[in-house]
Design a binder for this molecule. Sequence first.
Ligand code: NAI
Ligand code: MG
Length: 357
Amino acid sequence: MKHYAIAVIAGDGIGPEVMEQGLHVLRTLERVHGGISFETTAFDWNCRYYLRHGMMMPADGLEILKDFDAILLGAIGSPDVPDHISVWELILPIRRTFQQYVNLRPIKLLRGLASPLRGKGHEQLDFVVVRENTEGEYSNMGGRLHSGTPYELAVQNSVFTRFGIERVVRYAFSLAAGAGKRRLAVATKSNGINYTMPFWDEVVLELSRDYPRIETRLYHIDALAAAFVERPEQFEVVVASNLFGDILTDLGAALVGGLGLAPSGNINPEKRYPSMFEPIHGSAPDIAGKGIANPLAQIWSISMMLDHLGHRDLGRLVLDSIEDVLLKGEVRTPDIGGTATTREMGEAIARQLESNA
Ligand code: NAI
Ligand code: MG
């Protein structure tokens, strides 16, 4: 019996609603598999916790999480708590302390869904974005000066380290090489940002010599955004800095079915620390409590977790089950053109998984 300890932070708003369905699918997988178990431990660290305790998680929260095999996150954020508190005091400390320096985001149009791009089907839309997740533009270094005067100013530094660039770019190259891909697209802006981006390009080109079979191509971020829309079929693996990757992946999500479907993995490739899997959407206060949130991003994030834990066959099984339900087209939440509830969608995937297993 293979055994895993999973920390579950359902979070706020629709987080607990989609997490419930994700865990339902995970339980179903345990049952049909018979040889694997996921012991889940729920943590109520969210904005309500913050309003009660003045902290997003207890002081030893990271210490508690450290020994889990993986973390599942729903979504964090509430209109009652400023986002810079909820995100900065929960999600970012987890990503940074656990060296989850890769943010992995599949941009894949599942069969049964249509892209808003005319003439682009699932064969044209199937790539993955590797976003740097610990440094770059989201550095928390800078300051404000002369507040309330006409000379008021703000400075925010971008921090790029050789160590940080090398490890994420190397991950992208080896991901491409391991999957038999031939191309790596690299987001840059060295024609406009004249210190950090030329440095980033230099390190990329140095590393590319270790991967002669992979064609490395640098794209300025503006042209890359246009190419995502015009020629998405040319991408296999894309690597980008923190900010560029953040923007690109929301664009990518919009090309393949929207936020309700888009998952992500915050990965510590060395597996020294737990990795964290989550939908990329937030807590969606506008639909929270209505029972209509799409749980597919959360369920897909569990598929990514299974891949990361070394069970690619099970990750595939979960993703195939999602795809089969979409292909049948009978059960869909409103965001993808149906009338199903969150629960109906989760139950449909679980039933499909049982029959696929
Ligand atoms: P959001 O992703 O929560 O919602 C944007 C829009 O997409 C809304 O109209 C929402 O109804 C819809 N949507 C999102 N997920 C959906 C799903 N699963 N099914 C159907 N529709 C869905 O982004 P928003 O409104 O900007 O942020 C709300 C809160 O979430 C904020 O507090 C924000 O800081 C937080 N947030 C948290 C994230 C995280 O936990 N990683 C990521 C993004 C935002
Ligand atoms: Mg984003």
